[in-house]
Design a protein around this ligand. Sequence first.
Ligand code: ATP
Ligand code: MG
Length: 179
Amino acid sequence: MTAPLLDIRDLRISFQARDGEWAEALCGIDLSLEPGKVLGIVGESGSGKSIAMMAFLQLLPRGTRVEGSAKFRGEELIGMAPARIRKIRGKAIGCIFQDPLSAFNPVKTLGQQVVEAIRLHDRAISKREALKEAERLFELVAIPQPARRVRQYPHEFSGGMRQRAMIAMALANKPDLLI
Ligand SMILES: Nc1ncnc2c1ncn2[C@@H]1O[C@H](COP(=O)(O)OP(=O)(O)OP(=O)(O)O)[C@@H](O)[C@H]1O
Ligand SMILES: [Mg+2]
């Protein structure tokens, strides 16, 4: 048996209300994902699917209480030092966010943002090469006229195209785990 790529045990998330009371939004989930496998999480709207993923990527607001364990290739992500998680997030773990409009920077072109995502993890690649790679990724996710589209801003894309640009960005660093 291979070691799981992702192993989540009793993950709990609580938010603090304005009155200081803690509200448990995720009451303990377990899941295990083997390399090369696909796992779907099903649940009603607001049941905590997104926050479960955001929690171990350390993308929830400061002050959120996250308990339990989430191991990526055996390495604990909960409580991991910010410098270390920044090396993993967007590189070994890619994330396609649910709402691309809030995930993208509105004042930068989509090409610039993919270039930044690539160069954040690989300083050896030039801006020009990274932009070529962004065009290739846009083509891969079936965005027409990629050379023109990389120069556009998020608001100039249709909703579906924005989602595909989000997928292109998540794939940019060839992640081992894609969320
Ligand atoms: N920063 C926050 N502060 C307080 N509550 C939050 C915060 N972020 C999310 N929540 C709450 O946590 C719960 C789970 O939200 P989450 O986004 O994980 O749902 P979901 O299962 O992904 O839903 P959907 O299917 O609609 O995407 C919701 O009740 C939401 O309002
Ligand atoms: Mg969600």
